[in-house]
Design a protein around this ligand. Sequence first.
Ligand code: FMN
Length: 217
Amino acid sequence: MAQSSVSRIVDYPDDPIELLKQLLEAAAKQQPDSLQYMNLATIDDEFGVLNRTVLYRGLSNDKCIMYVTQRFTRNYKNINANTKCGITILLPQLVLSTPDTKPHTWQVRLIGATAVELPDAELDALWSKEPLSAQIRDTIFPCGQPVDYDELKAKHDQFLKDHLEQGHSLQRPSTFTAFKFVAQRYDFLKVGVDQIADRVQYRRQENGQWEAMHVST
Ligand SMILES: Cc1cc2nc3c(=O)[nH]c(=O)nc-3n(C[C@H](O)[C@H](O)[C@H](O)COP(=O)(O)O)c2cc1C
């Protein structure tokens, strides 16, 4: 027999970032080495809108979501020309503590997000957390150009060999940068198998406070 039920988000905090933290903590507990990815959409003068996957890099001091990129990418150029972005984070199969026992899939969506580039002083900390492969890519590879695989590999292997021989850490290139996102609204959607989703939307008020409400999906 087919089943149907209605999902419900209960006991949600007043601040959307606190709810995001609860979800990320549950994800980290279930899969300790997991990384979280975001889908970032920007306005592009050639394609109208352009999206891509980027890595979630934690929260800034003022509790905004951050990501890192390179100044030669199209996503950087898009944001530089128009700071408005759309972002989603998908957290599948999460089991939160009470009252849930079954897994639910969550989508976190930032609506009306404005990207703000982080100051230079905050970039070293992010650079030092980059894996070596990303640091090498950021240092020697352009982005979005047609490439010859053999040339690319030879360049990488030589760079890696030289780097390991020299034995000191790689310097942050001037192209490396990071953004945080200031959102007008945060939207949290929760759904399980055979369920109608629930959605809690946080809307930033003029006084800076958040107003949270259930909205239909
Ligand atoms: C798993 C994964 C994580 C990625 N993380 C980032 C990231 O944090 N920052 C970034 O600029 N690109 C990241 N990328 C690459 C982008 O998806 C994209 O291909 C690249 O930025 C070029 O896109 P653009 O031409 O729209 O700028 C990631 C790709 C994948 C598959």
